[in-house]
Design a binder for this molecule. Structure first.
Ligand code: PHB
Length: 401
């Protein structure tokens, strides 16, 4: 006989305990709404996954002002610009000058740790290491989430609402019936080869590089560990590349006439990351709401993924509070248009940065496109309007409820 499930009745069940799910749970708690977060991975697994590292100013404010943690201000690094490098020369886009905003270098792993700590501190109910997570009956007013907890005990949640924050491989998003959902996607014929290395930073801020050999990004982590990427073929195997080959490739891509010097050192991690653009609409169906990567994925070039996820749950938490206070779930119909407004801006920016900076391949028109990209980059860095546009998009659009 299967063991009877332990039943709980939180107001909101959140499937996925990454930054989106945990931040939502935190914001709801502040609004007096209880939730249970169910996450397949263990806390340890989540803490050791490398992800992107740039937070928009509003994401930083969300962490600090809602009382998650102010560690980002102490241990993060404020950047008031980025470099766009092409033709072997770096051109700085000065965010402070154009719009008086900045971004913060603070890895997603640290955002996760701060949120998981804050939930633990505030008595939040987060079930890491869950298995067999299944969502039922979201087309009714009594949805359920069943799972087996890390101890092997069957559990069932009977919430008012279910939020799917289960990432880019979301299974929950398939619960929106095919006749109602629309998906929009774009694949790219390249991937990123990402490394972590032991070296000092090569520049004060991030360097996004266009070169004849393809894109490279010189990012950072700490004073002694750096994160860098170069555009590669999607079929590339990280282990086929020796340390020497990797550094030769980076050096060739950033080579130039100015005084930029790439600092190298032992490589401590290497991975190939595929990417695509993806959106699923609508983001509400019945008692199910989609948040973060479960609803949309962006290429990493604009550093928007985590920020978009946080913006989604900022909007969603406010709407859930209003809907519950008014005892009217139709208030949640505002969620899709509000969230998508930002999502499509971010899709556009991420796509545009990707297309402008990556090698277009060898197909028809590719050599034309390479030269055209240089014209585009020159127009961006050579005009107030172009620089300001990058500054506005990169630092993020103001959050709205
Ligand atoms: C990173 O540091 O991992 C990073 C930074 C900026 C990006 C993408 C990745 O656009």
């Amino acid at each position: 006989m299967p063991q009877d499930a332990v039943v709980s009745t939180p107001t909101v069940a959140i499937v996925g305990g990454g930054p989106a799910g945990l931040m939502l749970s935190h914001l709801l708690h502040r609004g007096g709404i209880d939730s249970v977060v169910v996450e397949r991975r263990t806390r340890d697994e989540s803490e050791t996954t490398h992800r992107a590292g740039i937070l928009e100013a509003d994401s930083v404010r969300m962490l600090v002002e809602t009382g998650v943690s102010d560690r980002v201000l102490r241990e993060g690094d404020e950047h008031e610009g980025i470099d766009l490098r092409f033709g072997g020369v770096s051109h700085r886009i000065d965010f402070g000058h154009h719009i008086g905003e900045s971004v913060w270098l603070y890895p997603q792993t640290d955002v996760f740790i701060d949120l998981a700590d804050a939930r633990a501190r505030d008595g939040g109910d987060v079930r890491f290491g869950a298995s067999d997570v299944t969502v039922h009956d979201v087309d009714s007013t009594s949805p359920r989430v069943s799972f087996t907890d890390a101890d092997g005990t069957p559990q069932e949640l009977r919430p008012t609402l279910v939020v799917a924050a289960d990432g880019s491989r979301s299974e929950c998003r398939d619960l929106v019936p095919e006749r109602l959902r629309r998906t929009f996607r774009r694949e790219y014929p390249f991937a990123w080869f990402g490394i972590l290395c032991e070296a000092p930073p090569s520049a004060p801020e991030l360097v996004y590089t266009h070169s004849e050999r393809g894109f490279a990004l010189i990012s950072q982590r700490t004073p002694t560990v750096q994160r860098m990427y170069f555009q590669c073929d999607p079929g590339t195997k990280a282990d086929d590349w020796s340390e020497e080959q990797i550094w030769d490739e980076f050096q060739a891509r950033v080579a130039g006439e100015d005084d930029f010097h790439l600092h190298t050192g032992p490589i401590i991690d290497k991975t190939v990351l595929g990417f695509r653009s993806f959106v699923q609409e609508p983001m509400r169906y019945g008692t199910l709401l989609l948040a973060g990567d479960a609803a949309h994925t962006v290429p990493p070039t604009g550093a928007k993924g985590l920020n978009l996820a946080l913006a989604d749950v900022h909007t969603l938490a406010a709407l859930i509070e209003s809907a519950l206070a008014a005892d009217d779930l139709d208030v949640l119909d505002h969620y899709t248009p509000r969230a998508l407004e930002r999502v499509w801006r971010a899709q556009n920016f991420s796509y545009w940065m990707t297309q402008m900076l990556h090698h277009p391949g060898n197909g028809e028109g590719a050599s034309f496109d390479s030269r055209r990209q240089l014209g585009e980059l020159a127009s961006v860095v050579g005009t107030e309007g172009g620089q300001r546009y990058v500054a506005e998009c990169y630092t993020g659009w103001p959050l709205r409820k």
